[in-house]
Ligand binder design. Structure first.
Ligand code: NAP
Length: 252
């Protein structure tokens, strides 16, 4: 029997956890990659009869994670899979505020997890599946902040703008191959996760949009992780996935 293969980074919490949860069905093989594993996902996989594996990997060490991913693929046989999909979901904010108030290590961490890791993981995935005849997809989770600048999170804005442009260029490369991967950088909406808690808990000095983020929560305008995951997976399954390499789940 063939399976659908998924790799999801940042599967331990937030929207990544909800994406993983919804992918845990019979006929799917899922690899989740985060610094911590999630025992509830393991239980759910067992109950659902899904093939599930989790790696504790720090994506600030993206070279090591990408090498591990490529080695893992060498143990898989292409003809077992009806499709292969990499979802680069993990990302991190720094302390909120102007970059001169943020430690260099923290800035480097955010750039590594949010941009270096997707580039290296995507390259490893494409190398490993190059000869595969199945459908191959890369879904990069972006943000509206890759398209709209915001004070107080310059590194995150740069990471997401970089992810968008990386995906545009990647789409051009993949279009040259007969079975090139279809790739999209997708903004997922505003989601009720730890990332929003971090934004709402920021110091107002250096973060002019603090009140907007507090109002989103107070007015019940945040999407639940489960709903956001469903919309992202709905987009992934669209027949025209890849037609527009930079998209938003809120697009029609
Ligand atoms: N929440 C929003 O409103 C919103 C809006 C637009 C876009 N997004 C994007 O949506 C995606 C998911 O966001 P979220 O809100 O679900 O974030 P979240 O709740 O903060 O979860 C982040 C995930 O990334 C993983 N992660 C963080 N640092 C890591 C590292 N060094 N190595 C490996 N994994 C790491 C975390 O796992 P561990 O801690 O176990 O490592 C966790 O699973 C992100 O790309 C984010 O930029 C979110």
């Amino acid at each position: 029997m063939t399976q659908h293969l998924y790799i999801v980074t940042g599967a331990s919490r937030g929207m990544g956890e909800a994406i993983a949860e919804q992918l845990l069905v019979r006929g799917h093989r899922l690899l989740g990659i985060s610094r911590r594993t999630n025992s509830q996902l393991a239980q759910r996989a067992h109950a659902a009869g899904a093939d599930f594996e989790q790696w504790e990997a720090d994506l600030t060490q993206a070279g090591a994670a990408a090498a591990r991913l490529q080695a893992w693929f060498s143990g898989l046989s292409a003809d077992r899979f009806a499709s292969a999909t990499l979802i680069n979901n993990a990302a991190a904010l720094t302390r909120i505020g102007p970059i001169d108030n943020v430690a260099s290590d923290e800035l480097a961490m955010a750039v590594r997890v949010g941009l270096e890791a997707p580039v290296l993981m995507t390259a490893a995935f494409l190398r490993a599946t190059h000869g595969w005849a199945t459908q191959r997809r890369v879904l990069n989770i972006s943000s509206g902040l890759g398209r709209r600048a915001m004070a107080g999170q310059a590194s995150y804005c740069a990471v997401k703008a970089g992810l968008d442009h990386f995906t545009r260029a990647l789409a051009l490369d993949e279009a040259q191959h007969p079975n090139g991967a279809r790739v999209v950088s997708l903004a997922p909406g505003v989601i009720d996760t730890d990332m929003q808690v971090q934004l709402r808990s920021a110091d107002a000095a250096g973060f002019p949009e603090l009140a907007n983020f507090q109002a989103l929560k107070d007015k019940g305008l945040l999407t639940s992780p489960a709903d956001a995951a469903a919309r992202v997976l709905g987009y992934l399954n669209r027949a025209d996935f890849g037609a527009n390499p930079v998209a938003d789940v809120r697009d029609n």
